[in-house]
Write a protein that binds this ligand. Structure first.
Ligand code: AHR
Length: 712
């Protein structure tokens, strides 16, 4: 006999209430899960879910880092002022031009080479105004637009100086110019300079202010605020303009514009994206990479020392993903980002291997890199009485940060020279000697690269595994950790994702992710940490002046300059992290349905001719000892409704009402986009009729989180 009780929210949730049934017997084919609550299970790792980040897809510049000016120190492209253009409103009566002034080339006259502010700011932009019939100036297009919002105050700053144009000074040995000298331009630059956020056609001014340019041949820093009116409509069709109506030569450097930031940090992050991250309740942040840690060449590794202190001291560096990072998101900003999320840093230190395949052998040549890592760690956790700890204090953060894990390199399995064994040991020995409390993570995992793993010295206690797979591969491998050696090293799944959908993932990817996460959760006695990658993507496509914003498909959180949204995978991450107990509930399954995985070209290449059967239902359960709550996660990857029986072994009383959170869609390809950001979002429902043995029917393509409360 099957009976059911209807939900009290009958009208709204009748479909769900109908599917909650107290089961007295079941058909042999119905999948059955038995949650064994008779004995406490293993501990769920307290750091199971975290985040991984690096500068990819404009994650920081044009992403989380709130700076709005693209190419603020003019170093993005040595041959043109990318992101910048001339504003000339009267081309008949005005004559003006802009030019990148780099201090380095020898083939320009001496005068034109001497415009450095310091060693980091050696390139500037010159605006030459020969005739000023109307407004002339420089405009910055931002990172695919400047975001305009109503009643918003922006902080602008820039370095500026004004001069006349005269025949440039030449050393006696410099060749005489072959072209006739340019006519002199008088210096009328001193006076008011207008600063605006305005529409790209210049017709609408959203916010405006002025500074008074003082007469001086030297650089001076100017700062002001700009506030938009309450009635402006949000838009990204805007630019930032600094303009004049007087002749002369104007030199600009470090032009910066910040909107309000999360926690009002002066060099801070976008609030909307930060709020999405905080909602995920991440326990750690792995940074700064990823490939971004390593750099294309050894000289391009993350230069943490030159990411500290005032922006004036940050030259940026060559990144790993085709554009030049400002390093506005520097080491301290990463750490403060952790602090704002109540997450612990997992610091990856450069370990002497870069993306082009070059490596530094262990021994004396590697020692400077080991020392550099020790100094970096000292910056993070050192006291005020240490050299680098004192630097951190001087940078405004007196308290040391909490640090448990240091990762030695990134994906060193690419280093086929076999040097990682020696490199890892040299780093680990030095780090453990100075900081015995720290745990060093190896980036070569035994299971993934048995021939490359670290074999000498002490066995690494934590290994970083990376998996980028499609949904079939995730479903096929979701139980891989069930078979891992319980006495072996702990596993950090430091990068993983189901790669379907672009730029952000679709529902099918989220189903792959959720299935995979049930496997990590069931095994969170050995999976101590995990983090999805990549975290961020700027979703802008190419324009006439700016390239496509992303390099890697299938990312978690998408945004443009104004708005952000979560992919279906984001919501899976968020829910798995939010609804998690502290004990694993041992669960056995019967009659789990399967489906045939289509053969791939890789299968044929390997001579595999029999299609593999993979499950369509995935599950994990955890128990919270403090609240008595059981969190049961159920994933149905198939197109069919799926009945399932659940037995709570050892539990005689459970509250009949429970909370169900569901993520689902009609088609695996369904997704969220910047223009339709909430197509797939979690829905929270109340269900009734829960009992020590009960059944549910899972919707097609659904991730379900049932919160069951044990009754006293
Ligand atoms: O997440 C993108 C890249 O994938 C990371 O930078 C790298 O570690 C991995 O290969």
């Amino acid at each position: 006999m099957i009976s059911f009780q209807k939900s009290s929210l009958e009208k709204i949730f009748s479909a769900f209430a109908l599917s909650v049934m107290i089961l007295h017997y079941s058909n042999a084919q119905t999948p059955k899960l038995t949650l064994d609550l008779t004995k406490p299970g293993a501990n769920v790792s307290p750091m199971l879910y975290g985040l991984m980040t690096e500068e990819i897809n404009h994650s920081y510049d044009g992403g989380l880092y709130a700076e709005l000016i693209r190419n603020r120190i003019f170093k993005d492209n040595p041959s043109k002022p990318e992101g910048w253009s001339l504003v000339n409103e009267d081309t008949i009566n005005s004559k003006a031009s802009i030019k990148l002034m780099a201090t380095t080339p020898d083939n320009v006259p001496y005068d034109e080479r001497r415009h450095a502010i310091n060693g980091a700011l050696q390139t500037c932009l010159r605006l030459t105004v020969e005739k000023a019939g109307a407004r002339v100036g420089i405009a910055n297009e931002g990172y695919w637009g400047i975001p305009v919002k109503p009643s918003t105050t922006y902080r602008a700053l820039f370095y500026l100086k004004g001069t006349a144009r005269t025949e440039p000074f030449r050393w006696p040995w410099e060749p005489k110019p072959t072209t006739p000298p340019l006519p002199d331009i008088e210096d009328k630059t001193a006076g008011p300079i207008t600063v605006t956020i305005e529409s790209n056609d210049g017709k609408t001014v959203y916010a405006s202010g002025t500074i008074n340019l003082v007469k001086s041949p030297f650089w001076k820093k100017y700062e002001l605020t700009l506030t938009t009116r309450p009635d402006v409509k949000p838009t990204t069709d805007a630019r930032f303009v600094i303009s004049t109506n007087r002749i002369g030569l104007y030199y600009f450097n470090l032009v910066s514009l910040f909107p309000p930031t999360y926690n009002n940090r002066s060099n801070g992050n976008r609030p909307d994206i930060m709020e999405m991250l905080v909602d995920m309740k991440p326990k750690f942040l792995r940074f700064p990479g990823g490939n971004f840690l390593e750099g294309p060449l050894i000289t391009d590794a993350f230069p943490w020392k030159q990411t500290l202190g005032p922006l004036e001291n940050r030259p940026g560096h060559r990144g790993s993903w085709g554009y030049r990072p400002t390093d506005g998101m520097g080491l301290l900003e990463f750490l403060e980002w952790c602090e704002d999320m109540n997450a612990e840093p997992v610091l990856a230190v450069y370990a002497g291997y870069s993306l082009n395949g070059d490596h530094i052998d262990s021994g004396p040549l590697l020692q400077p890199y080991v020392d550099d890592a020790l100094e970096e760690i000292e910056y993070v956790i050192g006291g005020a009485n240490t050299y680098w700890g004192a630097k951190r204090v001087a940078d405004g953060h007196p308290a040391p940060f909490k640090l448990t894990y240091v990762e030695i390199g990134n994906e060193d399995w690419f280093d086929r020279s076999g040097s990682y064994d020696g490199r890892f040991n040299q780093f680990r020995e030095a780090i453990e000697k100075k900081y015995p409390q720290l745990i060093c993570i190896s980036t070569i995992a035994d299971a993934q690269y048995p021939n490359l793993k670290v074999t000498t010295g002490k066995k690494p206690t934590v290994l970083d595994e990376h998996y980028y797979r499609n949904s079939w591969e995730m479903w096929a491998n979701a139980s891989q950790y069930d078979k891992y050696d319980r006495n072996g090293p702990k596993i950090f799944v430091g990068e993983w994702a189901t790669r379907e959908g672009a730029p952000t993932t679709n529902l099918n990817a989220a189903l792959g992710d959720a299935a995979w996460m049930t496997g990590m959760e069931r095994n969170s006695d050995i999976i101590i940490m995990s983090c999805y990658a990549p975290l961020f993507v700027n979703v802008n496509t190419a324009t006439s002046t700016a390239p496509k914003a992303w390099q890697w498909d299938s990312d978690l959180i998408g945004y443009n300059a104004l708005n952000s949204f979560g992919s279906p995978s984001y919501y899976v991450q968020k829910l798995f992290s939010q609804y998690l107990g502290n004990k694993i509930v041992s669960t056995t399954a019967e009659n789990i349905p399967t489906q045939r995985r289509p053969l791939t070209s890789r299968d044929s290449a390997q001579g595999i001719t029999t299609p593999q059967m993979v499950p369509t239902v995935f599950y994990s359960a955890t128990f919270d000892e403090n609240s008595g709550m059981i969190y049961l996660k159920l994933v149905n990857t198939s197109a069919k409704k799926q009945p399932i029986q659940i037995a709570l072994k050892g539990m005689t009383k459970v509250l009949p009402a429970a909370t169900l959170v569901v993520i689902k869609g009609n088609k695996p390809e369904d997704t969220n986009t910047i223009s339709d950001p909430e197509k797939i979002v979690p829905v929270t429902l109340k269900i009734k009729g829960v009992a020590p043995v009960f059944s549910r029917t899972l919707d097609p393509y659904s991730v379900n989180i049932v919160q069951l409360q044990s009754a006293k």
